[in-house]
Design a protein around this ligand. Structure first.
Ligand SMILES: Cc1cc2nc3c(=O)[nH]c(=O)nc-3n(C[C@H](O)[C@H](O)[C@H](O)COP(=O)(O)OP(=O)(O)OC[C@H]3O[C@@H](n4cnc5c(N)ncnc54)[C@H](O)[C@@H]3O)c2cc1C
Length: 329
């Protein structure tokens, strides 16, 4: 099937829909193709009920509301929609373009507008044992119906706009809400970050930073908890390998602890040996030299032990903190 068109828009998200309007003002009718079964892109597919606050002259609307308004706005221009069809090929053709979809539809278009946004949506899934079996029931990669989460204990994984928007929007009705983010800086709008942190300060939300989900706890096919593992704060341990797993972190800490203690022992022992040899070969009477040597050795030993104990305490403290912060709860 070949369709001739003046303008083909790939992507029926907000940008693609508004492109229909702009072309319509120029008297150009458009065909618009999208791999999703409905128009609206991310707004329809990922957050139809989330409030949106940053549309000029619209103080607040939902994702679905925004798309509904765009559809009303473009209605007079009568675009042709081709939904549920992914564009798989685009090539120059007879002064225009030939575009093919996965459903074997072919367009010959004078102009092509690519409004593909973030592309055809594919969630980045949790690669944890048992995750697939819980999908759509306990693990969700999009929120189509927020009512589903009312009164539930929720964990939101991520630190971008979606994660924070949902943590804020679902927080009011959830039984408990925890945001787990693998870093301690956020890619979300600063205003959302500030709002979430202030909610966390009041105890309404729990935030766990520098942590990853590492396991799913299930009971009778229900998700009952998440195992998590904190990453090291960079200034705690310089060992790059201590990333995710608890035993790696502990081993890395133990190694670096031993390594530094070892260095400090070598350092002080070396000083003590030098002072011993230099007094043995001096021209002073042996007993006097022996006494001086013994006193110096004692002083050096006391100094060494006190410094070593001090270091041991410091490392023990760091290690103790690390061990506690890696707890899987
Ligand atoms: C949870 C969440 C909350 C958000 N909240 C806000 C907010 O409050 N305010 C705000 O301003 N922005 C928000 N955003 C961002 C906003 O949704 C996007 O900036 C906006 O959707 C971009 O519009 P778009 O038309 O460029 O792309 P998209 O909405 O991504 O639409 C692109 C469309 O192109 C289609 N497509 C891609 N490739 C192909 C192909 N090969 N063949 C066929 N079709 C294809 C896709 O299926 C999709 O429908 C949010 C995003 C998310 C995920």
């Amino acid at each position: 099937m070949v369709i001739q068109t003046d303008a083909l828009i790939i992507g029926a998200g907000p940008c693609g829909l508004f492109q229909v309007f702009e072309l319509g003002l120029l008297g150009i009718k458009a065909d618009i193709v999208d791999s999703l079964p409905a128009a609206g892109g991310q707004c329809t597919w990922l957050y139809p009920d989330k409030p949106i606050y940053d549309i000029p002259a619209v103080p607040v609307c939902t994702g679905a509301g925004l798309v509904a308004n765009l559809m009303t706005q473009i209605e007079p221009f009568k675009p042709s929609f081709h939904l549920g069809e992914e564009v798989v090929a685009l090539e120059p053709f007879e002064g225009g373009f030939r575009v093919k979809t996965a459903a074997a539809k072919e367009f010959h278009a004078k102009t092509v507008f690519i409004a593909g946004g973030v592309g055809s949506f594919q969630p980045r899934k949790l690669h944890l044992d048992g995750a697939d079996a819980l999908e759509e029931r306990f693990i969700h990669y999009r929120v189509q119906d927020p009512a589903l989460f009312k009164g539930k204990r929720l964990a939101i994984l991520g630190g971008g706009d979606s994660a924070l928007d949902w943590a804020l929007a679902l927080g009011a009705d959830a039984a408990a809400i925890t945001l787990i983010h693998r870093r301690d800086d956020y890619r979300a709008a600063p205003a959302s970050v500030a709002q979430l942190k202030s909610r966390a300060a009041s105890g309404a939300v729990e935030i766990i930073e520098s942590a990853n989900a590492t396991a799913l706890r299930c009971d009778g096919g229900r998700l009952t908890g998440l195992g998590k593992c904190r990453r090291h704060a960079e200034n705690r341990c310089s060992t790059a390998c201590c990333a995710y797993r608890r035993h790696h972190c502990q081993n890395a800490c133990k190694k670096s602890q031993r390594h530094q203690q070892c260095h400090s022992f070598l350092g002080y022992t070396f000083h003590a040996i030098v002072s011993f040899f230099s007094s043995q070969f001096s021209g002073i009477h042996t007993r006097v030299a022996g006494a001086i040597n013994a006193i110096m050795m004692a002083l050096v030993c006391i100094y060494t032990l006190s410094r070593t104990n001090e270091k041991l305490r410091v490392f023990a403290h760091i290690f103790d903190n690390e061990t506690r912060s890696h707890g899987n709860d």
